[in-house]
Design a protein around this ligand. Structure first.
Ligand code: GDG
Length: 460
């Protein structure tokens, strides 16, 4: 078996496993084969970006990390990746800011990553690059003479040409991505948008398998949706619901229903719209007052980016307004937690919840939707409300699928969920469960790697 090299912006600290919020780390940690090497940023900042990686071993995986210099960190990570690409790929053009020096910094860090990774490679390694921070990495590796198979998976949505054209240098980035052999997406829609962009900028003429030639290479665009280790998470939830934290939460509810939201504190997750929809529920359906509490876990994220600080202030205000408006001396509608919670504890909280509220304005996939389903008790399951703009909605039609921009529609879905009878809850849960148990993290890795291993074959 060829060795697998995974490259992602952040490499998790193996000692912190399960402590940090973030979908990519969760999906990969669940599925990496022993013997793999995981390369990327350590999460630490230094005076200058390290030229060589520091190696560490844990559980049969080698972690190779480099520290980032302050200027590179600001231009690459804060500036271009999270100030330009993230908003663009989530359809938030008004939040996108582009500076040439940030773009140059982004390209420079990708060059530096390639230079630090190349000496660690063996000729038959399979290289799997992850996410929008590292779009040009494949091209930089090729420039250093790396001839290995290289795959790239995008964890966020891909946008149609009318949106991508707003980004200066979009054509260069697309061409750079096409130095990879396989480019993977969560859904057909993202892959089709990518192929449309390649047709428009690069003149690509893809076949029905998403294959086309560019600059003397053959590239294949595949759809391989991310999932979770569902059985493992279900077991975790079953144990955790009997633990101290879940019992404390249950006691504090004194028989009221629990609605739960779990997200990084990010404007793509629709947190403001969600709180407003919950306020709408309480205003238009007063029978739910005192009968339900929304626990919103919003783990702080990317606090160095101004838009994230603004969102946090705005969320503080909207939660305060809602609680001020509806609270009574012994009940508050919204419980709002910005400290990260341990994964195991979260699993128990999901299982206690009658309602899972997953309403991003845009989301590549959204693993919380899958975790919520996996954690439920099939005999008495909670109901999932899911945004149609999450990639997860493509295969989870048995959820209550909503448009998160329509507060009334979301409030009505909350009412429907809170009043839904057991047979309908069970029927919907069974359908969702089948989906979550088949689309696991292991299945994701296997289908992407199958495409990467087999020139001319693989997933479509
Ligand atoms: C990107 C894409 C795609 C959240 N708060 C806490 C916590 N979390 C965990 C959740 C879940 C993960 O973080 C979040 O995953 P998502 O998929 O919802 O979102 P992103 O971080 O934006 O991930 C996304 C994903 O990549 C994979 O491809 O699905 O669309 O944006 O696992 O449970 N975990 C802990 N404490 C928290 O407070 N321990």
């Amino acid at each position: 078996m060829a060795r697998l090299i995974v490259v992602s912006n952040r490499v998790p600290d193996p000692k912190e496993r399960g402590a940090r919020a973030g979908g990519l780390a969760v999906a990969l940690a669940d599925a990496l084969p022993r013997g793999s090497l995981w390369f990327g940023w350590s999460g630490r900042r230094a005076a200058a970006t390290a030229a060589t990686a520091t190696l560490a071993e844990a559980d049969g995986i080698t972690y190779a990390t480099i520290d980032l210099g302050e200027t590179d960190y600001r231009r690459f990570y804060v500036g271009f990746a999270n100030g330009a690409l993230w908003p663009l790929l989530h359809f938030r053009l008004g939040l996108m800011s582009f500076l040439r020096e940030d773009y140059e910094g982004y390209r420079a860090v990708n060059r530096g990553f390639a230079a630090a990774l190349a000496p660690l490679l063996r000729p038959d390694d399979l290289i799997w690059v992850h996410d929008y921070h590292l779009i040009p990495l494949g091209q930089e590796l090729r420039r250093l003479g790396v001839a290995n198979r290289i795959g790239f998976f995008l964890h966020v949505p891909f946008v149609p040409p009318a949106i991508l054209q707003v980004l200066p240098r979009a054509g260069d980035l697309l061409a750079a991505l096409c130095a990879c052999d396989v480019v993977g997406f969560h859904t057909d829609r993202y892959r089709d948008a990518f192929l449309d962009c390649c047709a428009e900028w690069l003149g690509a003429r893809p076949d029905r398998q998403g294959r086309f030639d560019h600059a003397g290479r053959n590239v294949q665009a595949v759809v391989t949706p991310v999932g979770i280790d569902a059985e493992d998470f279900a077991q975790l939830a079953m144990r955790a619901v009997r633990g101290v934290e879940a019992r404390r939460l249950k006691d504090s509810l004194v028989g009221r229903a629990l609605a739960i939201g779990v997200d990084r504190l990010d404007y793509s997750k629709g947190l403001l719209n969600r709180i407003e929809a919950f306020a709408r529920l309480l205003a238009t359906h007063p029978e739910h007052r005192r009968r339900v509490s929304l626990l919103q876990v919003a783990a702080r994220s990317r606090e160095e980016v101004d838009d994230y600080q603004r969102l946090r202030r705005e969320l503080d205000r909207v939660v305060g307004d809602t609680n001020g408006r509806f609270s009574e001396f012994d009940w508050a509608p919204v419980r709002y937690v910005t400290r990260p919670i341990r994964r195991r504890t979260l699993a128990g909280f999901y299982r206690l919840a009658r309602l899972g509220v997953v309403t991003p304005l845009r989301d590549g996939m959204n693993l919380v939707a899958k975790e919520f389903v996996a954690a439920q008790n099939p005999a008495d399951p909670g109901v999932l409300i899911l945004s149609r703009f999450a990639g997860a909605a493509d295969a989870m039609a048995a959820a209550l699928v909503v448009n998160p921009f329509d507060a009334e529609e979301v409030a009505e879905a909350m009412d429907a969920a809170l009043t839904m009878g057991l047979p309908e809850r069970q029927e919907r849960h069974q359908a969702l469960r089948t989906e979550v148990w088949s689309g696991t993290a292991a299945a994701f890795c296997a289908s992407f790697l199958q495409a990467l291993r087999l020139p001319g074959g693989g997933a479509a």
